[in-house]
Design a protein around this ligand. Structure first.
Ligand code: SAH
Ligand code: SF4
Ligand code: F3S
Length: 458
């Protein structure tokens, strides 16, 4: 078929919205890489897009509601522009493909997290499909194809890198193991090669991703003897990478050996995200978290003893079925005893198919909300105190973004301990991607404010 010049040169735009965790953000980077290889150009303006994709999450009901409301808006746009291709992918697609098809009849493609790397094939098949029948492909047991998939990183300084997929833990409240499938580790050689190539492209920081990175390698051939600890030390040896981070760690297998590996390797940042979920042993047991408070405190003590100045962040949930006032007070007490640098807190959300709804009486929404506000208030004070303690100290910042502020530039970056720091710098020199020393002058619960120490650019 001969295209007219106009048709042949028409730019095709794609619009991509991402919900959920870093894993999904990374999946969207792979989507962008593949779409741009096909010639699509990214647009933030949904009204000019030829292809619209929602990369979804279903960890809590609220996010699903938001996604359905976005899908409603896109369906309306599609009424006037039926040529638009509309895709819904990711965890919510995996969880409820039939439900999505029913509630969003305008959808053209539904695919799960494991099919992210097949988007080119899916699109080509759909375009050849004259009846434009909805294509559904959700198989969460399909293997990783990341190494051979083009990627467009959202930052040129920090790169996300999935070292494994899936989760075998089945915490009683969580949908993730059902939608992301069983754990599967990527071969270490593949990961290391990719990091070497990122280093050559001038990336400074690598964020290793997995639902439970501590169990990396458990599923690999025993002969390789590769595990998270051996992987970390090999990543540490890669030249030009300045910082290594990882999420998420599970307390059940965060052992002293891992603490020592972090202590020993200078590039591994002294920040640990260690979701506690609850401070009550009764609730932890019902959650199937496989640790109790004594074990959790032990890990915290090990971290504090071996990694001075380490920051610790956490996830905490309120209103798990059957959570009493006393259970909640134990969570608050744990918060005060441990002194987390930051906490992501959530109201428990019933996920159909999980065990938790059968484990206790539903906590009334008002009580859940009250508990969340109490927790947020207390944690804000703790974070504020922790950050203000740093006033007067000089910390290393990796500069990640900038904006103009009068005749100066305002720079934004992170400390090794994962705290956001802001400073201004009057000179023309571009500091993006640089490691600099900043003296902290002020701080609140969320941000450190400082000044660059002249002559100490690294
Ligand atoms: N794999 C990670 C994170 C999983 S999801 C981990 O194990 O920590 C991120 C957070 O969402 C969880 O830590 C938990 O606090 C929260 N979460 C998961 N399921 C939830 C649910 N049903 N309701 C409310 N919060 C939930
Ligand atoms: Fe969900 Fe637990 Fe797996 Fe985290 S470890 S993804 S909370 S089941
Ligand atoms: Fe959501 Fe899936 Fe991540 S359910 S939290 S996007 S693994």
């Amino acid at each position: 078929m001969v295209l007219s010049t106009k048709e042949a040169t028409k730019t095709l735009f794609y619009h991509l919205e991402t919900f959920g965790c870093q894993m999904n953000v990374n999946d969207s980077e792979y989507l962008s890489g593949q779409l741009e290889e096909m010639g699509y150009v990214m647009t933030r303006d949904i009204n000019i897009a030829d292809l619209i994709i929602l990369n979804t999450c279903c960890v809590r009901a609220k996010v699903e509601q938001k996604i359905y409301s976005r899908a409603g808006i896109i369906s309306k746009i599609k009424k006037f522009k039926p040529y638009i291709i509309f895709g819904i992918c990711g965890c919510m697609a995996q969880k409820g493909k039939e439900m999505i098809k029913k509630r969003v009849p305008a959808v053209d493609l539904i695919f799960g997290p494991s099919q992210i790397t097949s988007v080119q094939k899916l699109l080509e098949n759909f375009k050849q499909n004259k009846r434009r029948k909805t294509t559904i492909l959700c198989d969460n047991k399909e293997s990783f194809q990341l190494a051979s998939t083009p990627i467009k990183h959202q930052s040129s300084i920090t790169a996300y890198l999935q070292i494994m997929k899936g989760c075998n833990n089945f915490c009683s409240y969580c949908i993730v193991p059902y939608v992301r499938g069983p754990e599967e580790s990527r071969p270490a050689e593949e990961i290391l090669l990719e990091i070497e190539s990122l280093a050559q492209k001038n990336f400074k920081e690598i964020m290793l991703l997995g639902q439970n990175v501590n169990s990396y390698g458990y599923d690999l051939n025993l002969k390789t003897k590769e595990n998270f600890l051996t992987l970390l030390s090999k990543v540490n040896n890669i030249k030009n990478i300045e910082r290594i981070r990882f999420i998420t760690s599970h307390p059940k297998d965060f052992n002293l050996d891992l603490v020592k590996v972090i202590e020993k390797h200078p590039k591994i940042c002294e920040h640990i995200h260690l979701p506690l979920q609850s401070g009550s042993d009764t609730i932890l047991k019902k959650m199937n978290r496989k640790y109790n408070m004594e074990q959790y405190y032990n890990i915290i003590n090990n971290i504090k003893e071996h990694i001075p100045g380490a920051s610790i962040s956490s996830d905490i949930m309120v209103g798990f079925p059957g959570e009493t006032e006393r259970d909640f007070e134990e969570t608050i007490q744990a918060l005060k005893n441990i002194g987390f640098d930051s906490v992501y807190s959530f109201i428990y959300s019933n996920r159909e198919g999980t065990l938790s709804p059968f484990l206790g009486k539903d906590v009334p929404l008002e009580t859940k909300k009250k508990r969340l506000w109490t927790l947020l208030d207390i944690q804000k004070d703790i974070a504020n105190q922790k950050n203000r303690y740093l006033i007067g100290e000089t910390v290393e910042i990796l500069v990640e973004s900038s904006s103009k502020k009068g005749i100066e530039k305002q720079y934004w970056g992170k400390t090794r301990t994962n705290k956001v720091a802001v400073f201004t710098y009057p000179y023309q020199e571009d500091l993006l991607g640089r490691l600099v020393n900043v003296k902290i002058q002020n701080a609140d619960a969320y941000t450190l404010y400082g000044e660059l120490i002249n002559g100490k650019l690294k």
